[in-house]
Design a protein around this ligand. Structure first.
Ligand code: DCP
Ligand code: MG
Length: 396
């Protein structure tokens, strides 16, 4: 059955909320994030700041070297949460199935809506602007993967529609880094073999792909062709995934413990990737020979399912509690706060930024699939009402 999936993401979310509270900020280069002195990083950058190459997750100190007039505001999470809840409530009241995937992002399945995906997206986009004074970007496609990338291509204030059957053609000219599951290392590896666009990837033989990036390669090939069967699911699952090992003999050797930690992280990472999940919290568990057990956890900047990132976090925690030579009976690693891998897409990041050929391709896609005409009209005519029990379910 053909599906119609919408993806929505608020533009420069934390910054947009700050602009609502202080309109003087509009058009200025500013960020929400930690202070440079406190070695903070940027959470959200205004579009004026992005012109200087400033991005989320960049250290604030570095951003200040790129733009000396940059205004740095501390994050006010409670206020952003309130705005997010209002927008998400409107979405939940307007579509039968809504899956919130981060504070400012959601998927909507509107397959049964007689208005059609583009019209539903347009009406919601207008209503969010009118009621909450926030701009959003929308992707409309037959599946989640393509809808999310469509949103990214149209940002900011975009509405990009990929018609049924055009998924692979739409993705083809885009950089491989925009696909979920292609991290910077895989990108480099693929680039060494001349694979730079999603189309290049889709055109590779299965055997070549498997040789280049392992069994994960086949999964990537499916994505590169624009295929994604995952349903939009109402509730965000928040379980955790972990792996632990009890030793036959207590271990006190630091190299041995590190190597076991690495294996445990690899095990957790692999299972997360298989389930297409990523988590924001990394936890370790340690048991001493006298059976006392302790756990320590840390919150990451972004959700991850990468072995190396899980290991780095786990190792930091481990070093805080373990003293050289102390025997350990059990070691465990877990990742929680799970959701889909909603890492920043790499469209405008690093290497790609330099690549004019790709940027041109993206502009062409915008011209072809972006429905700017659609963005002008349209008052809300009709809304889906959800069952009242749902309306009480605020996602926080
Ligand atoms: N966020 C964060 N740290 C990051 C990335 C994001 O704290 N490394 C927060 C701040 C963002 C919000 O989450 O405002 C939403 O993330 P997005 O990736 O959607 O970024 P923006 O909404 O800021 O910008 P865009 O217009 O690209 O969506
Ligand atoms: Mg956003």
């Amino acid at each position: 059955m053909k599906r119609t999936i919408l993806h929505v993401d608020l533009d420069a979310f934390f910054c947009s909320v700050e602009e609502l509270r202080d309109p003087e900020l509009i058009g200025k280069p500013f960020v929400v994030g930690g202070s440079a002195e406190g070695r903070g990083v940027i959470s959200s950058a205004s579009y004026a700041a992005r012109k200087y190459g400033i991005r989320s997750a960049m250290p604030t100190a570095r951003a200040l070297t790129l733009c000396r007039d940059l205004i740095v505001l501390p994050a006010r999470h409670r206020i952003y949460g309130e705005h997010s809840r209002q927008v998400m409530k409107l979405l939940r009241d307007s579509a039968p199935v809504v899956e919130q995937i981060s504070i400012d992002e959601a998927f909507l399945d509107v397959s049964d809506d007689p208005r059609g995906g583009p019209q539903v997206a347009l009406e919601l986009k207008n209503e969010i602007r009118e009621r909450f004074k926030l701009t959003t970007s929308w992707g409309v496609a037959s599946n989640k993967l393509v809808a999310k990338i469509a949103t990214e291509v149209g940002k900011p204030d975009g509405l990009v529609v990929v018609p049924h059957g055009e998924e692979a053609a739409f993705l083809a000219p885009l950089p491989v880094g925009m696909l979920w599951g292609v991290g910077p290392k895989t990108q480099v590896r693929l680039a060494e073999h001349g694979v730079r666009t999603i189309g290049d990837l889709a055109g590779m033989s299965e055997s070549n792909l498997e040789r280049l990036i392992g069994e994960h390669g086949l999964d990537l090939a499916t994505k590169a062709k624009g295929t994604d069967e995952r349903p939009v699911t109402d509730e965000r699952e928040t379980h955790s995934m972990s792996s632990e090992r009890t030793f036959e003999l207590d271990i006190a050797d630091s190299n041995e413990l590190k190597s076991i930690l690495l294996q445990l992280c690899g095990n957790v990472g692999q299972r997360l990737r298989k389930e297409e999940l990523a988590g924001e919290t990394v936890k370790i568990k340690l048991r001493w020979p006298d059976f006392t057990t302790l756990t320590r956890q840390t919150k990451l900047e972004q959700p991850t399912n990468q072995d190396g990132e899980i290991y780095q976090a786990a190792m930091r925690l481990f070093k805080r509690v373990w003293r050289e030579g102390r025997p350990v009976r059990l070691l465990g690693v877990g990742v929680s706060d799970l959701g889909p891998p909603v890492r920043q897409l790499a469209l405008f990041s690093q290497a790609w930024e330099q690549d004019r050929r790709l940027l041109r391709a993206i502009d062409e896609i915008r011209a072809r699939y972006g429905s700017s005409a659609l963005q002008r009209g349209g008052a809300l005519k009709r809304k889906y009402k959800r069952r009242s029990s749902r309306e009480e379910n605020d996602v926080s």
